[in-house]
Each structure stands twice: as structure tokens, then as C-alpha cells.
Design a protein around this ligand. Structure first.
Ligand code: SF4
Ligand code: SF4
Length: 311
């Protein structure tokens, strides 16, 4: 059919997590998944809201390469609403999500990017209803309570992230930023953290949810498929660590532990998956891991992103 296509086997394996998933998805099952995705995807609306965010998670999503997000949107999901990439504006755009609330729909997937302010709805509003600025919190409560599934993307939506940081001398977290799970305690929110999250994590999780295959989650609500191992487990510099060859300054050869790398305490598959279509990783490029997928980010140790370890 014109404009529609099945995911290729290679694309599907990529979405599901790479080589490990290939072992877990024999060919016969892959064929079934592809057909199910085609059938289910055309029927699954996605509403994507942005709270207190820099839009970096959406920018990362738009960098998905294999398959690209345009293919996923046109062939497999119906992205009914997205604040940043929507063609519709004003009442036309707001009416899309307003109708989902008023018609009591329950067939959509709600994706939330960014944290939710608790001190005042005026810190983050989305549209106007009858002259009243509607807070993002109200939308998340209304749409999230009935959604078929709720996916929080990025560390702001999953754990509060940068808006909830308490490092500032002023006391921090001026808006009372909360995670989506705190706004919807009655739901099992699927958390895809990262600052930003890798596009594979977002698209792969979305595809699993479209297929009604609830990902297995860890204690922080993260899909184990992407967040089971630590950065350190698979780091390109692990041999240096074992041989106790440590970089003393940026640009040195060696393990980055003494420069503040947090890979030992951080769950994330980037050293295997890599960024930019497989070009490089955080530790591989020499910047160290800042622990951006962890609930404590960026307050880890309450000491900023990097701490030089002496000795
Ligand atoms: S650079 Fe970081 S993650 Fe890599 S081996 Fe050293 S401490 Fe572990
Ligand atoms: S390796 Fe560390 S800094 Fe890089 S994406 Fe993963 S958690 Fe974030």
C-alpha cells in the first residue's frame, strides 16, 4: 500500500536493542512482530507533551537514524499532538488534546518530556481554555489517567532532572519540579531517562508499547533492555581501569575515574550502542560519564557534574 512499509528485519532488531535482542527474537517471532506493528501501529495515537524542558529530548528523537522518526510516524504510529513539531497552532492544536479529554478516549499513548511544576501551574502552561491558562500538570493528570500507557522521556520527566536540581546556592528547584510518576502515582510510568535519551531508547520503547509488549523495568522504571548494565561494565576504557592507568587531565590516555567519571554507578548502554549512529560514546570521546540516566542527576553527590579525585 502506498506510503506504508514494514520494518526491515535489521531495523526491527536495532529498535529492540541490537545483537542481544536478535538472540531473543528468533526470525519467526520477528515476522509476527512486524505484522503486529503494522496492524497495531495504524490504530495507536500518540500524544506528546512537553513540560519544563529544553526540547533536547525531541531534538534527540529527530536524530533517530535507523529507522528515522519520519518513517516511524508515517508508517507505524499516529503522532496526534506534539508541541514542537506540530503544524497546527492555537485552538486547532489544543482542540486535539482537548477532544481526547472530553471524549474520554483511552486508546492513546501519552509521552511526556520535561518536568512538571508543583508550586504554580503558571510556571508551565499549555494553551488556553475559555481564557484560562491551562497548566501542564492538569493536562498530564487528565490525559495520563486514561492513557493506554504513559512513557516519560528524558531525566526531567523521569526524575525531575535539571529543573529539580538542588545544587543552586539559592536553594534550588524554584518551581517545585516533579516527575511524571509523582503526578500519576496510580500508573506504571515507563521511564526512559537521559539528558537527552538516545533515540533508540525512545523509538524502541514506543514500538514495544504500540505492540502492547510492556518492557521489563528496573527499580527506577527504566526498560532493562537499555539500562541493565552499567557504563563501566562495557566501557572502552575498562582495561585502563583494571590496569590502574588513570587520566590525570582531560585528553590523557586512560580511565577517566579520577576526573569524575560516574560510569561505575550509572546504568546505560551507550558504550555499546554509541551516539550519532554509532560514531562514539561519552567515555569513548574522553568526556566521562555524568550519570545523566540516574535519578540523582544532576545532584549526584551534591557536587556538580565532575569532581577530580585525588590520589
Ligand atoms: S572511564 Fe569511567 S566507565 Fe570507563 S572504565 Fe573508567 S571509570 Fe569505568
Ligand atoms: S554514558 Fe553517562 S553521560 Fe553518556 S548518556 Fe549514558 S549516562 Fe549519560
Amino acid at each position: 500500500m502506498k506510503g506504508r512499509r514494514f520494518l526491515k528485519r535489521r531495523e526491527f532488531i536495532h529498535l529492540m536493542g541490537g545483537f542481544g535482542a536478535a538472540l531473543a527474537f528468533p526470525n519467526v517471532l520477528l515476522q509476527g512482530c512486524k505484522k503486529a506493528l503494522y496492524k497495531a501501529g495504524k490504530q495507536t495515537p500518540v500524544i506528546w507533551l512537553q513540560g519544563q524542558s529544553c526540547s533536547g529530548c525531541s531534538v534527540s528523537l529527530l536524530n533517530s537514524i535507523d529507522p528515522d522518526i519520519a518513517s516511524v510516524i508515517t508508517a507505524h504510529i499516529s503522532l496526534n499532538f506534539h508541541q514542537t513539531i506540530s503544524f497546527a497552532t492555537g485552538d486547532t492544536a489544543i482542540n486535539i488534546i482537548r477532544q481526547a479529554v472530553e471524549n474520554k478516549r483511552d486508546d492513546y499513548i501519552l509521552v511526556v518530556e520535561g518536568s512538571i511544576p508543583s508550586k504554580s501551574d503558571l510556571y508551565c502552561t499549555l494553551g488556553e481554555i475559555d481564557g484560562h491558562h491551562k497548566g501542564i500538570r492538569e493536562w498530564v493528570e487528565e490525559l495520563g489517567s486514561r492513557a493506554r500507557a504513559v512513557v516519560a522521556v528524558g531525566t526531567c520527566a523521569t526524575y525531575g532532572g535539571i529543573p529539580a536540581a538542588e545544587l543552586r546556592a539559592t536553594g534550588g528547584n524554584p518551581t517545585g519540579a516533579q516527575s511524571v510518576a509523582e503526578i500519576l502515582p496510580q500508573k506504571t510510568v515507563i521511564n526512559v531517562p537521559g539528558c537527552p535519551p538516545h533515540p533508540d531508547w525512545m523509538v524502541g520503547t514506543l514500538v514495544q508499547v504500540v505492540l502492547k509488549r510492556r518492557p521489563r523495568l528496573d527499580e527506577y522504571g527504566r526498560p532493562l533492555l537499555y539500562f541493565k548494565d552499567t557504563v563501566h561494565d562495557n566501557c572502552e576504557r575498562l582495561q585502563y581501569y583494571k590496569q590502574e592507568v588513570f587520566a590525570e587531565k582531560w585528553g590523557d590516555e586512560g580511565c577517566l575515574y579520577k576526573l569524575g567519571c560516574l560510569g561505575i554507578d550509572t546504568n546505560c548502554d551507550i558504550p555499546k550502542r554509541k551516539w550519532l549512529g554509532g560514531v562514539n560514546s561519552c567515555t569513548g570521546s574522553g568526556s566521562g560519564c555524568i550519570g545523566c540516566t540516574e535519578p540523582a542527576f544532576p545532584d549526584t553527590g551534591k557536587r556538580g557534574l565532575y569532581e577530580h579525585k585525588k590520589g
